[in-house]
Design a protein around this ligand. Structure first.
Ligand SMILES: [Zn+2]
Length: 418
């Protein structure tokens, strides 16, 4: 109802205006040269209104056209953004799938569309590394180090590159820089240890580990290479504390004690260690400095008293007797070692030296060797080292004298020792 009333009112007003306009008297004349226009005043007012409306419409159209390039630019940049994001997604997926070439191409496309964003630099670096393009990878990692939030990732990439290439000094520089960028990284702590191990910097490596086996091995190595005897003692004590009864550490401690003139303490410690856990390294430390074979045999007999009848005691007595040409003693102790349970080739080697028969030589050749074996990579070495030369791990070498003897060799050993 209200709308009807409003409509009638507006119609009435417009009718009144038209009537008012039409009733204006007079004539408007415009003349230019031979042209003459003559019209009534109401018609002139209507024409003026139309011209004003057209002018306003034209101005509005011109404004729209002026704004048009901005609108087109926004549309274009939105399209680039979408294409760049799609290329980024493709690069991520290709990288995860191990398709280095596709990942690299997609990352390059994303960078051309979106610019050198840190995420894209990282994608480029990792893709290039996967593709074996080291220089391209390093260039991207270098660029990444300049981005505050991503500097850690840049230094991390360069650190891995230098570590793989064996450039430990360059790797150490990036460890420091990465540490500044992200101080609480456990990964970085492991890398520091890795670098110290590769550089054989035992002191530095010791400060970076809490693993008892690693501490024992590294402290022993540090004691072996320390120049001042006081330092050697300190490191050896640290090693024994981490792994009581660890033969390399006890041997290193005895050597350090001797260097400080405490020969008696060294002998006492070696004798005590032999009583609980005889080991060739302890015998080596006990006999250290004794040159004459007969004196070595006598000294060995003194140490062996601490663990009489033990296979290692018998082996020590057999080997030192053989060196001193006490053949009867050597044979007796070698047989005693086998009877006591020695299964490695040392006793058989002594016997084959005394009686080079085919059976003995064959048995010695097939018996397992006493050795240090890495618990990580299973590689075997005859001499103990703090760091496995094969896998680079610290504290993984364990002494082993056993092995699986074939049944026929077990029989032949029984015949030899009969
Ligand atoms: Zn190993």
């Amino acid at each position: 109802m209200l709308r009807v009333i409003a409509f009638l009112l507006i119609a009435a007003v417009l009718l009144a205006l038209a009537w008012g306009l039409g009733s204006i008297p007079g004539t408007l004349v415009a003349q230019s040269g031979p042209y003459r226009i003559e019209t009534s005043v109401p018609a002139a007012i209507v024409i003026l209104g139309i011209i004003t409306g057209l002018l306003a419409l034209s101005l509005r159209l011109i404004g729209s056209l002026r704004r048009a390039p901005g609108g087109f630019g926004n549309w274009r940049s939105g399209r680039r953004q979408k294409q760049g994001e799609a290329a980024t997604d493709r690069a991520i997926v290709a990288l995860a799938a191990g398709d280095a070439a596709a990942a690299l191409a997609a990352a390059a496309q994303a960078r051309s569309l979106l610019g050198d964003r840190p995420q894209l630099l990282l994608l480029t670096a990792e893709s290039a590394r996967l593709a074996g393009k080291t220089e391209q990878a390093n260039a991207a990692f270098e660029q990444l180090t300049l981005h505050k939030g991503y500097a850690f990732l840049g230094h991390r990439g360069l650190l891995q590159h230098h570590l793989a290439g064996g450039d430990h000094d360059a790797a150490a520089t990036h460890v420091l820089a990465a540490g500044d960028a992200y101080p609480r990284s456990q990964w970085l702590q492991n890398q520091r240890l890795e670098i110290a191990l590769r550089k054989r910097d035992f002191g530095a490596a010791l400060a970076l580990t809490r693993n008892p086996a690693e501490i024992a091995a590294l402290a022993t190595a540090a004691a072996q290479s320390a120049t001042p005897p006081a330092n050697a003692l300190r490191y050896a004590k640290q090693a024994i504390k981490a792994a009581p009864g660890f033969a390399p550490a006890i041997a290193a401690y005895a050597k350090a004690l001797r260097k400080t003139g405490r020969d008696r303490a060294a002998r006492q410690m070696l004798r005590k260690a032999w009583a609980t856990s005889p080991h060739p390294l302890l015998a080596g430390a006990w006999l250290d400095g004794i040159a004459a074979p007969i004196e070595r045999a006598q000294a060995a007999a003194e140490l062996a008293k601490s663990a009489q009848g033990h296979p290692e005691s018998e082996l020590l007595l057999a080997e030192t007797a053989l060196a001193a040409q006490l053949t009867g003693e050597a044979k007796r102790h070698a047989n005693a070692a086998i009877q006591a349970g020695a299964t490695d080739n040392r006793a058989l080697s002594v016997l084959s030296s005394l009686d080079p028969g085919i059976a003995t030589i064959s048995a010695a050749a097939h018996a397992p060797a006493a050795k240090w074996q890495c618990s990580f990579c299973a590689s075997e070495v005859s001499d103990w080292t703090a760091i496995c030369s094969n896998c680079g791990k610290a504290g993984t070498l364990a002494w082993t004298t056993s092995g699986t003897l074939p049944a026929d060799h077990a029989r032949s050993m029984a015949q030899i020792t009969r």
